[in-house]
Design a protein around this ligand. Structure first.
Ligand SMILES: Cc1cc2nc3c(=O)[nH]c(=O)nc-3n(C[C@H](O)[C@H](O)[C@H](O)COP(=O)(O)O)c2cc1C
Length: 168
């Protein structure tokens, strides 16, 4: 798919079919995350592919937003590897870039997805037994849109360029 098409086709999916990604699809998506840029190239990221019944049950216990996806990426930041300066650290930014790369690659190969922040951090850390070094940043349910999936209500609502940009 052309890049212009990918960025327009990506749309939050809030109802998935039972389609399970094959290894080739998963590898391609993860590779897009692997090559994402990060501050100082520190790559302070860990990706968990949640697809076992047990892991998916845990996701449901900590978030109402799996939307039936049979696989969910859990993207965590590695606190001890992140670039830090007097201005703070880049953990969330590094993770966000990695996650966005993966979402766009997923869209590129026909895999629907959505970014989820609505989860209980404490419960998630406990459920997955994450050590103190890991900061959960987002969940990305992935799969194929169910036929009766709702349209993403805010997908076409974007600020006008005039409001967004100031040329100085
Ligand atoms: C940082 C971030 C957090 C989000 N968290 C949630 C969430 O917890 N639950 C949800 O249903 N959608 C969530 N979304 C999806 C947004 O609501 C959606 O991207 C936005 O409404 C624009 O729609 P579109 O993605 O279809 O263009 C999140 C998106 C982002 C980027």
């Amino acid at each position: 798919m052309l890049f212009d098409e990918v960025i327009r086709k990506r749309e939050a999916c809030r109802k998935f079919s039972d389609y399970k990604l094959n290894d080739e699809e998963l590898d391609k998506i993860i590779e897009a995350g692997r090559i994402a840029p990060s501050a100082k190239n520190n790559q302070p990221i860990k990706i968990f592919v949640c697809r076992s019944e047990e892991a998916l049950k845990k996701i449901d216990e900590v978030s109402p937003c799996r939307y039936g996806a049979p696989q969910v990426l859990l993207i965590c930041g590695l606190k001890d590897q992140v670039y830090k300066s007097n201005e703070g650290d880049t953990l969330d930014v590094d993770c966000a870039i990695c996650a966005t790369h993966m979402m766009l690659e997923a869209t590129n190969i026909g895999i629907d997805n959505i970014w989820i922040r609505m989860f209980d951090d404490k419960k998630l850390i406990e459920a997955f037994n994450l050590d103190d070094n890991l900061k959960p940043v987002c969940l990305i349910p992935m799969g194929k849109r169910s036929e009766d999936a709702p349209i993403s209500p805010k997908h076409n609502i974007r600020k006008d360029k005039k409001e967004l940009v100031e040329y100085i």
